[in-house]
Design a protein around this ligand. Structure first.
Ligand SMILES: [Zn+2]
Length: 241
């Protein structure tokens, strides 16, 4: 197995070694990662980024500001970056965004290769597969920031709001979003936007109760969790949770 193949896959043994210790803070500390049992696979190329959770949020929002002002710098997209990240990835933010084609994280945050660990699903909601992705990014890659990103006029949220029958597996999406939508029934104002915001907030709240690993990471100050709303008209990401 080549080095890059090792880097690109999860070592089940390492995951158990680290998570099983019950010490998340230790499990994502580089020095301790390197001091693991001698028979563990090399993990030095998975050393987490040293950016703080607050620094990561600042970096992300500065990129969104450049995008809004049409002053994008297109960072980390040169040939040298391709070569650099071929050796391992150290993304500084995990983004759970909608699959909507207008909400592409690298574009709206003006970031490049190896910067963002993207998870995209219509309606940006949590399920077990999404949680597995987030836990992987947090535990294995040491990503210090997680953004659950909803957006204005989300079609998946609208489908849940309308409550009409939908074909095939689309019903799975609608069912996952509906509990959040239902909490907005008596709110005044824009029902669609209320539902978008409620869906983000509910998933932010749900994350810690659904994953002891992530709750512990937040508690240890290793992971910052925020919810955002992307405005389709202005391009601005507003932190709402
Ligand atoms: Zn959407």
């Amino acid at each position: 197995m080549t080095k890059s193949e090792r880097t690109g896959m999860i070592s089940r043994r390492n995951l158990i070694l680290r998570a099983g210790a019950g010490m998340l803070a230790a499990s994502i500390a580089p020095a301790l990662l390197q001091a693991q049992a001698a028979n563990a696979e090399p993990i030095s190329d998975l050393t987490p980024t040293d950016i703080t959770p607050e620094g990561a949020l600042k970096k992300l929002m500065e990129g969104n500001q450049r995008y809004i002002e049409q002053k994008r710098t297109f960072p980390d997209q040169a040939r040298s970056r391709i070569v650099e990240v071929a050796q391992g990835q150290h993304p500084f933010a995990t983004i759970l965004a909608c699959s909507d084609s207008r909400v592409a994280p690298e574009i709206i945050f003006d970031q490049g290769l190896g910067d963002l660990f993207d998870i995209r699903v219509a309606g940006n909601f949590l399920d077990d597969v999404v949680l597995g992705n987030i836990e992987y990014a947090t535990l294995e890659l040491g990503v210090p920031l997680l953004v659950i990103l909803g957006h204005e006029r989300c079609g998946a949220v609208k489908a849940a709001l309308d409550g009409k029958a939908v074909p095939g597996h689309i019903s799975t999406l609608v069912a996952a979003i509906k509990p959040a939508v239902d909490t907005t029934k008596n709110q005044g104002g824009d029902a669609w936007d209320n539902a978008v915001r409620a869906n983000v907030k509910m998933n932010v709240n749900k994350l810690q109760s659904s994953s002891p690993i992530l709750a512990e990471a937040v508690k240890a100050g290793k992971l910052k969790l925020v919810g955002g709303r992307y405005d389709l008209d202005s391009g601005k990401v507003e932190i709402i949770a």
